[in-house]
Design a protein around this ligand. Structure first.
Ligand code: ZN
Length: 433
């Protein structure tokens, strides 16, 4: 394979500072990060040189919670369209949820997902398999066969596992196989068909609210089950102050829990919802400003290990049904980094290094991936970002089929401009895919 050099980049060093770097890539791996241009290989025919012109180059982003909708809901998204959206957003590894049609609860469906992903040949797609058959919470799937087919963990995302014994059985089986259990935490008995969080917005509009404890009660239950089983337990899309508190306490006493948080739960509260527009409807819902603060604090102190998008495309017809009837979820790949960069890094509240770690090395560490770091020997999964470029979010330009975002018209900085997977340039702002 041809050697490539990305020269004149800015990279984040081990101290978290920006420095000049030239990245040498060969055989799909990072061969070296040179700080001195004089040490670069001679520009010959077999060396392809890309000039970053001072732009930031980070490890490719890793998103451990996404919905690609295929098989079964191809009108919302396909593995190919979702993967395009991912690389356009700077993501090089994405882990897809099993609530497709059929549900990914059999080795055959795991293989369908993996085959479609390799046909698309864009991002690395890691499939999760369901904990229970059809995600109905009644009978465990065949964990061993699903692992052998390529599943990387077990989750009934979209719904919570309601029965504690079922969850404990799942944890014991997963533990024996060295696999993680990833939990959508939601107690159905406390939700009862509500569509937004309990609180001011719900009251103003006469809507039933989803209380914070519907999430936290599962987090608390599952932490105790994790203590009993010793499994690696990972909490999906944390949205409440109570969940953050429980996870922080559990980590402090050495329970093997990790957790993720979504950009929208860091940036928006229920007080920001402009009206009954279902582009502001997601599960978990936007919570109170106090919950937002707790999630930010949790992310910064490492209680919440990583940022995930929960990319959840739906068709415009589905989202037009209104706040109560439309399905939950918003798209996330193409706005995640610019949104968080603009809101938190450009304003001086967070270090750039912290944001990048939570989207790269932290998910890689938690899930044991060989990417997410800029060092010799790592996969050459890379994202180049123009931190100065400013533009408005325009859903008509998205690569995803979904247009369901609350961020339309937001002016953001820090847009990805090139994405490599295993050293292959998959997308560039200038030339597309
Ligand atoms: Zn979920």
């Amino acid at each position: 394979m041809q050697m490539q050099v990305i020269k004149n980049a800015k990279v984040i060093n081990e101290q978290g500072q920006l420095e000049d770097g030239h990245i040498v890539i060969q055989n799909g791996q990072i061969q070296a990060i040179e700080s001195n241009a004089a040490h670069l290989p001679e520009p010959k025919d077999n060396v392809h040189v890309i000039d970053a012109e001072g732009k930031l180059v980070t490890p490719g982003f890793i998103d451990m919670h996404v919905h690609l909708r295929e098989p079964g809901y191809e009108h919302k998204e396909t593995i190919e369209s979702g993967s395009r959206s991912a690389v356009k957003g700077g993501f090089t590894t994405i882990a897809c949820m099993p609530n497709t049609r059929p549900i990914t609860d059999s080795p055959e469906t795991v293989k369908v997902v993996l085959n479609k992903a390799s046909e698309a040949n864009l991002a690395k797609v890691l499939p999760y398999a369901a904990i229970t058959k059809n995600e109905l919470g009644r009978e465990l799937t065949d964990f061993e066969a699903l692992k052998a087919a390529g599943a990387i963990g077990f989750t009934d995302d979209g719904v919570g596992v309601q029965n504690a014994q079922m969850m404990k059985d799942a944890m014991n089986k997963a533990k024996a196989l060295g696999m993680p259990v990833i939990a959508h935490c939601e107690d159905d008995s406390l939700v009862k068909g509500a569509c937004v969080t309990e609180g001011k917005f719900a009251e103003r509009h006469g809507l039933k609210g989803i209380p914070n404890e519907s999430e936290a009660i599962h987090v608390g239950r599952d932490i105790l089950l994790t203590e009993a089983t010793g499994v690696h337990y990972h909490v999906c899309h944390v949205s409440t102050e109570q969940s953050v508190r429980l996870i922080r306490q559990a980590k402090a006493i050495g329970i093997s829990v990790t957790a993720e948080v979504c950009p929208h739960h860091l940036v928006l509260s229920d007080e920001d919802i402009p009206g009954l527009d279902a582009n502001w409807k997601m599960n978990p819902p936007l919570r109170s400003p106090r919950d937002v603060e707790a999630c930010i604090e949790g992310l910064l102190d490492g209680t919440l290990d990583m940022i995930v998008t929960d990319h959840a495309p739906h068709s415009e017809e589905e989202k037009a049904k209104g706040m109560e009837l439309a399905p939950f979820g918003i798209v996330g790949f193409e706005t995640a980094f610019p949104l968080l960069y603009t809101k938190f890094v450009a304003t001086g509240q967070w270090d750039l290094a912290t944001l990048v770690q939570r989207m790269t090395s932290d998910p890689a560490r938690v899930f044991g991936l060989d990417s997410g770091v800029l060092k010799a020997g790592a996969a050459a999964d890379l994202t180049m970002i123009d931190l100065e470029a400013e533009k408005e979010v325009n859903p008509a330009e998205f690569a995803t089929k979904g247009r369901n975002t609350p961020f339309t018209g937001w002016k953001l900085k820090g847009w990805p401009v090139m994405t490599w997977v295993d050293g292959d340039l998959k997308w560039s702002e200038a030339d597309g895919f």
